[in-house]
Design a protein around this ligand. Structure first.
Ligand code: ACO
Length: 334
């Protein structure tokens, strides 16, 4: 709770503009009212203005009057022209003609991604009523990745009740949300992106474990080789980073096991970032820790994108949306 409280407080001083493409959805509109009221961000709602105003009246929301509302079927002419030109420039070689672009802009998820790319919004949050893939695809196509990063991934900030893990119980797990089968290069980028997220969101100095079923050569397998290579690339990308791999999970987080199995490990059994070799492992691991260790799992925080876009769970609450908007505002650089 304290982490989220700090993130909301930090966001409130930034004045970022966050676009919410599911603008007429009832949890989104209630969240928008809180976000505006607490000054967490400026809000751009996409959707039918009549529907949005009717929903706001139904819930007695007053702050919504200060939101910008854009109807994807009636985009201001100057903006639409700019967006179409940008879209054709970025994806003309993939078959995006002015007609295709204009049609795509009627889809609020595309409009939101293009607004972010055009600099008319600092970040986007969606997913209360759309699947992860449908939220991500327009962003992957138009916003693209950050310089030096080719893969988008999703990290969870894990708050583990047993404070002996990570930093006072705080750890980051990745990738738990996006890339099913990363290459060694992509795995290295996931490690570097997660280290950045740790610093920028929770002021944590990263100690990264590149996880495997082997520690320092104890097993031989192409899957192990991938993690060894990823660790080498990550070190090359960021020589200052405290990182070790390939390493088993217990060796990464338990000092006694580390002393026995990896006495030279710079992690010293105190890793605070766990990088999993595939999405299967990452997604299963965070859910097990969440349920069996009663950990709070904040995220997924999407990382590696050129501008922050975050995906909600369809079961999200109003408060979850407010929190993810605050995270998105804090990730934004401009
Ligand atoms: N990073 C960067 N770019 C990517 C990535 C990535 N991880 N994945 C795809 N792209 C790019 C492609 O290169 C392509 O670019 P291009 O069109 O310019 O050539 C574009 O995005 C579209 O790629 P596709 O492969 O056509 O997109 P796809 O339909 O496969 O969707 C997606 C990509 C949505 C990320 C898919 O891999 C996916 O669904 N991943 C799993 C998401 C998921 O279900 N997670 C679990 C649930 S979340 C949870 O439990 C917390």
């Amino acid at each position: 709770m304290e982490i989220i409280y700090n993130i909301r407080k930090k966001a409130a001083g930034l004045g970022r503009r966050i676009v919410l493409p599911e603008g007429a959805e009832e949890r989104t509109i209630q969240a928008a009212d809180i976000i505006i009221g607490e000054g967490i961000a400026e809000v751009i709602l996409l959707g039918s203005p009549d529907r949005i105003k009717a929903e706001a009246a139904r819930f007695g929301l007053k702050n919504i009057e200060r939101a910008t509302i854009i109807d994807p079927y009636n985009i201001p002419e100057e903006a639409e022209k700019r967006y179409v030109e940008l879209m054709v420039k970025l994806r003309g070689d993939k078959g995006v003609t002015p007609e295709v672009a204009a049609k795509q802009l009627q889809d609020a998820l595309y409009l939101a991604a293009v607004m972010v790319k055009a600099g008319d919004a600092d970040g986007e949050v969606a997913g209360a009523i759309n699947y992860t893939g449908d939220v991500l695809r327009p962003a992957l196509q138009y916003v693209k990745t950050a310089p030096g990063i080719s893969v988008v991934s999703g990290a969870f900030i894990m708050r583990i009740p047993d404070k002996s893990f990570g930093d006072e119980g705080t750890m980051l797990f990745a990738d738990c949300a996006v890339s099913p089968d990363p290459t060694a290069q992509q795995l290295a980028e996931i490690a570097v992106s997660t280290a950045r997220t740790a610093r920028s969101l929770v002021d944590l100095e990263p100690r990264v474990a590149m996880l495997s079923f082997s520690t320092h050569g104890s097993a031989k397998h192409p899957m192990v080789d991938k993690v060894v290579e990823a660790t080498r690339i990550a070190r090359e990308m960021n020589p200052e980073l405290i990182i070790d791999g390939e390493i088993q999970a217990d060796t990464a987080i338990v000092l006694k096991v580390a002393e026995l199995k990896a006495p030279t490990s710079p992690l010293k059994g105190r890793a605070n970032i766990m990088v999993f070799p595939s999405l299967e492992v990452g997604n299963i691991a965070y859910k097990l820790v969440q349920r069996m260790a009663h950990a709070e799992a904040i995220g997924p925080v999407l990382q590696g994108m050129a501008a922050p876009i975050n995906d909600l769970s369809r079961g999200c609450s109003v408060d979850d949306i407010v929190n993810v908007v605050a995270i998105t505002a804090c990730q934004s650089k401009s």
